[in-house]
Design a protein around this ligand. Structure first.
Ligand code: NAP
Ligand code: GDD
Length: 343
């Protein structure tokens, strides 16, 4: 019998890589998707096999982290061996505009998932997508012992999720773990996170269809890794003998300015000629520096990332240049439309 995994957030960046990874390991994968008026499965369409086909191993189910009853009935019906809770309102700047919604989905939503596991009476291993954003203003390097000091409604919601996950482990003996992941990116990264915003702009500027891009704070420091490598770390956490919490990070330290330099230089461009400042991309409170110490994951899980931030910038620029060349006009339109109110 194939092992069965259930992924919330399967349509997101990490969910898509995790689904790919688990299918490659022979899992039957079930994912939660939100009903939308348009298709929202672009990141996993390449994995599609007609569910009527006996070879199908990937199945999608409508649901929402706001709907606890649905989560209970789904988990009771599917009885997965492993649950990965990746769904969230995951944008830090947007969480200042939508703090209540972010608290509900990114915070209470995790508790709804844990309750759904408990109430459906299944024995499953549970992964919670915790975040380096929880460390906030605590100085780097940050590891599993570092105090939390969240600086946004998103960070505060993730701290709640972290503690409720630990509480279910301690109170009910559940195999529930927190993966405290530092920033990880890829060609599938959401278009309004800073790395992807930059690499998309590079490709459009290189093609001569855009001249400049507006950004906020260029001084913040991040430890940017490659998402495809991080999902293996999630899986490894659920294969351990005992449930525990782990940081995943590269240990590298780059400013947004450094990322700009690497991305524009890879396309033969000078970023200083193409970047303009817009204060609406600033945050009411900033997280100045996140640099992770992942030695626990390396020693106990054997997890070692290989792609550093400079290589990641090159991978993302190359992918966006190719995407523009393949899609042409529709792709260019999405670059322009991005500034409609997104942050
Ligand atoms: P992402 O690309 O923004 O994906 C978020 C996923 O959550 C999407 O599938 C989204 O569905 C889904 N979702 C949002 N609200 C939902 C709701 N109410 N009910 C059900 N599903 C909902 O995020 P990501 O980068 O893959 O990150 C995955 C997780 O790791 C998130 O929890 C994030 O906060 C956390 N994390 C990410 C990083 C990072 O650097 N990427 C670092 C640390 C932690 P739609 O596609 O329909 O919008
Ligand atoms: N998004 C964005 N847009 N960020 C900008 C911009 C801009 O135009 N200009 C500068 N920045 C700066 C932000 O102020 C921040 O300091 C840094 O770039 C990174 O911003 P994001 O890419 O939005 O990521 P984040 O670090 O806030 O959050 C991401 O990483 C967290 C883990 O540390 C998200 O993926 C979170 O979901 C994740 O938990």
């Amino acid at each position: 019998m194939a092992r069965r995994a259930f992924i919330t957030g399967i349509t997101g960046q990490d969910g898509s890589y995790l689904a790919e990874f688990l299918l490659g390991k022979g899992y039957e994968v079930h994912g939660l998707i939100r009903r939308a008026s348009t298709f929202n499965t672009s990141r996993i369409n390449h994995l599609y096999v007609d569910p009527h086909d006996e070879a199908a191993q990937l199945f999608l189910h409508y649901g929402d982290l706001g709907d606890g009853a649905r989560l209970v009935s789904l988990l009771g019906e599917l009885r997965p061996d492993e649950v990965y809770n990746l769904a969230a309102q995951s944008h830090v700047r947007v969480s200042f505009d939508e703090p209540e919604h972010t608290g509900d989905v990114t915070g209470v939503g995790s508790m709804r998932m844990l309750e759904a596991v408990r109430m459906s009476g299944i024995h499953t291993r549970f992964y919670q997508a915790s975040s380096s954003e929880m460390f906030g203003a605590s100085p780097p390097p940050q590891n599993e012992q570092t105090s939390f000091w969240p600086r946004s409604p998103y960070g505060a919601a993730k701290v709640y999720s972290y503690w409720v996950t630990r509480n279910y482990r301690e109170a009910y003996g559940m195999f529930a773990v927190n993966g405290i992941l530092f920033n990880h990116e890829s060609p599938r990264r959401g278009e309004t996170f800073v790395t992807r915003k930059i690499t998309r702009a590079v490709s459009a500027i290189k093609a001569g269809v855009q001249d400049h891009v507006y950004l906020g704070n260029l001084d913040s420091v991040r430890d940017w890794g490659y998402a495809a490598e991080y999902v293996e770390g999630m899986w490894r956490m659920l294969q351990a003998d005992e449930p525990d919490d782990y940081v995943l990070a590269t240990g590298g330290s780059f400013t947004v300015r450094d990322f700009l330099t690497a991305a524009f230089a890879h396309a033969g461009l000078d970023w200083e000629k193409h970047v303009r400042f817009d204060e609406r991309y600033l945050r009411p409170a900033e997280v100045d520096a996140l640099v992770g110490d992942a030695s626990k994951a390396r020693e106990r899980l054997g997890w070692v990332p290989t792609v550093d931030t400079a290589e990641l910038a090159r991978i993302m620029v190359d992918a966006d240049i190719e995407a523009l060349a393949c899609a042409g006009r529709p792709w260019i339109d999405t670059v322009r439309l991005e500034s409609w109110g997104t942050k």
